[in-house]
Design a protein around this ligand. Sequence first.
Ligand code: UGA
Length: 430
Amino acid sequence: MTARSPEAVGVVGVGWVGLVTAACFASQGHEVWAMDVDAAKVERLSRGELSIHEPGLPELVREHQERLNFTTSMDELLANAKLLFCCVDTPPTYSGDADLSRVLSVVEQLSGDSEHALVMKSTVPSGTGESIRRDLPTLAYVSCPEFLKEGTAVQDFLHPDRVVIGADPGDEWASDAVAALYEPLGGEIVRTDVASAEMIKLASNAFLATKISFINEIANVCEEVGADVTEVARGMGLDERIGDKFLQAGIGYGGSCFPKDVSALKQLAGNSGYHFQLLNSVIEVNELQKRRVIGKLTKHLGSLVGKRVALLGLAFKPNTDDMREASSLVLSARLQGEGAHVVAFDPVAHEGAEGILPTVELADSAEHALEGADAAILVTEWPEFAELDWAAMAGSMRTPLIVDGRNFLDPAQVRAAGFAYEGIGRGADA
Ligand code: UGA
């Protein structure tokens, strides 16, 4: 058997998914051409400078720089690679549908093309591939949704659970080439049609979000009946049919994917004439979950007018500086709406927070955020928050009260340090 020569890879859109895709394929020995319309970003990346916080990614980019070509030129991409991975973002519109304008501007540039394959990694509504095929019948089209998580993106990409490759008859050369790129990574390769591949992505994210909203509602019931949701989740998760992942109750899911994709699937169903009742509840539960924290504070403090409330963490989850749709945004606005003064600390989301939360006081350490505070809310489970000297923190606060929005701290330990502790669904005193 002769060894396959590495396939050159084109990447369009060098955001989170695009950069991880580019760096990981480069690490597998492929020459990568990555294009973005943002000239300043391309220039920074060519110098090896990254503007996102993603563990392992800077090292990977630096290590494989000789195979990573960043450019603003689509022609350069077309001249060097046959497979063009489309990784542009599809943010939500005001109606909740996905905004496909960036995808369509990529498609426009491929009009009349019969040499290349567009490999769609951007999350798009089911039916997008079909409409692109209608407009560009000679272009090969493959749906290859991405399942990586921010914070563990490199690991997820290089060790996938599964790789979904959707293509319609006539485009086998392209889907075979994509499959060959992924085969060395392991993980089952799911070959299917384009519409089903698009649906697998949306349904997977909607299912995970449903799991989170479900356990959050169980947590709320646990508070009423004196049960502990962490015990309930542990007991449930051992059933293989349920599984233990994504059963952590908290103050709701955030990020650039779940809120957008759940809403996009709901709209997609609605636009096709089906009312997706369950997803309405998933979204509503998530919204209410962020706000329940206010009740936990007022139970101890009464009115929040003039109270100083410290937020520990701003990012939508640890190991990222991403604050898109983070629970901290709704929470800080609600607290300010109640008349509280909000002070916050995040180990990495700090710089971005200045522009997004102009009325929130940003502290340079967790200790400074907690000093003189009437209450603390743990918003993001950054490991370093578990290492804080909680007895010293209790001494420095005006009222040693903590709402643990991620059930991250050990309640017994924090109570022993002098705190009133409120978790999410952790018994009657939670
Ligand atoms: C999510 C999916 O997990 C990825 O598979 C998918 O590729 C990605 O969206 C995407 O569509 O691009 P991500 O948004 O990076 O990944 O982060 P997750 O780790 O899934 O967390 C999402 C939110 O759910 C976070 O706010 C997290 O705190 C929350 N969460 C997660 C819970 O509240 N409880 C849990 O048990 C798990």
